[in-house]
Design a protein around this ligand. Structure first.
Ligand code: URA
Length: 200
């Protein structure tokens, strides 16, 4: 087992026992994250839904199937070549928005995951993950496709795949976002927005 895999599984064990907020009471599983500990890119979603809670894995419902398709068709990557996580590790009941306290309780686990994996790029899916990691006031429509240097890696915000499932008119936009991520990953010296922020 590599050092990173070991560190991630020790962290997963700690997160499984977490009782820091109300969400711990209603959960079936902790949805810690899944994929390669050596991944160059980590995708960060919002929170587990019904199917994720039942299976204990991120993005296994309809948004997950679409994410797999986008990864395969546009990025040429499989799930086992990237790492997929959420800001919140337990399902908010009825999929309501997590409270500030719930986010504050869970965010350190995500930061620790990112520190261990140490990817080059963290792709935030949608408003919630983007705001949580960048602390920017602008919404996803302003920030998408613009790399933001934060500490050791770039945050690359794009629309959440679920956006296209709720609004058919966003389907092409979501595909374009992934194409733009592909270009960013391929660029030798990616353009960046200056940032003073350090995550760790
Ligand atoms: N949407 C998310 O943001 N995360 C999941 O794990 C599933 C759907």
């Amino acid at each position: 087992m590599t050092e990173k895999i070991q560190a991630l599984s020790s962290l997963a064990e700690i997160v499984e026992k977490c009782q820091k907020c109300e969400l711990a009471r209603g959960r079936t599983n902790v949805v810690f994250g899944e994929g390669s500990a050596e991944a160059d890119i980590v995708f960060v979603g919002e929170a587990p839904g019904y199917h994720e809670d039942l299976q204990g894995k991120p993005f296994v419902g309809s948004a997950g199937r679409f994410l797999d398709e986008l990864l395969r068709e546009i990025l040429g990557l499989g799930r086992d070549e990237v790492y997929i996580a959420n800001v919140i590790k337990c399902r908010p009941p009825e999929n309501r928005d997590p409270t500030a306290h719930e986010i504050d309780s869970c965010k350190p686990y995500l930061l620790k995951q990112l520190e261990i994996i140490s990817p080059r790029v963290v792709c935030t899916l949608g408003n919630f993950a983007t705001k949580t990691l960048t602390n920017r006031r602008e919404g996803i429509s302003r920030l998408r496709r613009k790399p933001i240097r934060i500490g050791k890696f770039y945050v690359f915000p794009i629309f959440h795949p679920a956006a296209a499932l709720h609004r058919g008119d966003l389907y092409d936009e979501v595909r374009q976002d992934f194409a733009s991520l592909r270009e960013f990953l391929d660029a030798p010296e990616p353009p960046e927005e200056p940032s003073q922020m350090e995550l760790f």
